[in-house]
Design a protein around this ligand. Structure first.
Ligand SMILES: CC(C)(COP(=O)(O)OP(=O)(O)OC[C@H]1O[C@@H](n2cnc3c(N)ncnc32)[C@H](O)[C@@H]1OP(=O)(O)O)[C@@H](O)C(=O)NCCC(=O)NCCS
Length: 160
């Protein structure tokens, strides 16, 4: 079941994210700040969205997306993750489709996501390509030397 994230979900989301083995400790710390800001202000003032997938009382995955300021209806996928023992069973795809449908109803035009160019993130890049995203750009050495940024985009709506 997909439902809106609550402040009580934050410890589970942090531990799920750390447990994927994909994110650096600093990124998990950043996520804690992102979630705190989400509940404090960003949801109500800036229209950020965060949803979790829960089964039998356990959070198995989540998605966080937000409108990008100073753009014409462009939205950013800030975070998406599925618990390590649940990956590869379609949950991430359902979360992504949910986020796309969610922003479409809010009038979105373009969905953008950034990820790493490293070998470790090859399955993640495959995930976006499989779901109809276009590899739009890449910036070498963006995160660190040898760790560039890969930008994927998908048109989610024509809009008026
Ligand atoms: C990327 C992620 C959200 C995808 O969710 P998922 O539930 O594992 O993916 P799905 O089952 O819906 O889709 C499977 C497809 O995604 C890709 N994929 C990405 N990561 C995968 C993984 N760990 N295991 C299996 N498939 C994975 C594959 O292309 C696969 O399709 P294929 O088997 O036909 O090649 C999830 O694997 C995850 O949390 N990864 C670590 C965190 C991460 O990279 N987040 C995104 C940061 S930008």
């Amino acid at each position: 079941m997909i439902r809106p994230a609550t402040p009580g979900d934050t410890p589970a989301l942090l531990s799920l994210t750390a447990g994927t083995g994909y994110f650096k400790p600093l990124e998990v710390e950043t996520l804690e700040g992102v979630l705190n800001d989400f509940h404090a202000t960003n949801r109500d003032e800036f229209g950020h969205r965060c949803f979790v997938w829960e089964e039998a009382g356990r959070v198995l995955g989540y998605v966080y997306h937000a409108p990008e300021e100073m753009t014409d209806r462009t939205w950013y996928l800030w975070w998406i993750a599925v618990a390590a023992d649940q990956q590869g069973h379609g949950l991430g795809g359902k979360l992504l489709a949910f986020a796309e449908a969610d922003i479409r109803t809010l009038g979105a035009r373009l969905f953008v996501v950034e990820t790493s160019t490293t070998e470790h993130y090859e399955p993640t890049r495959r995930f976006y390509l499989k779901h109809g995203y276009t590899a739009a750009a890449s910036i070498p050495d963006f995160y660190a030397d040898g760790d560039g940024m890969a930008v994927f985009t998908k048109k989610v709506g024509g809009g008026p």
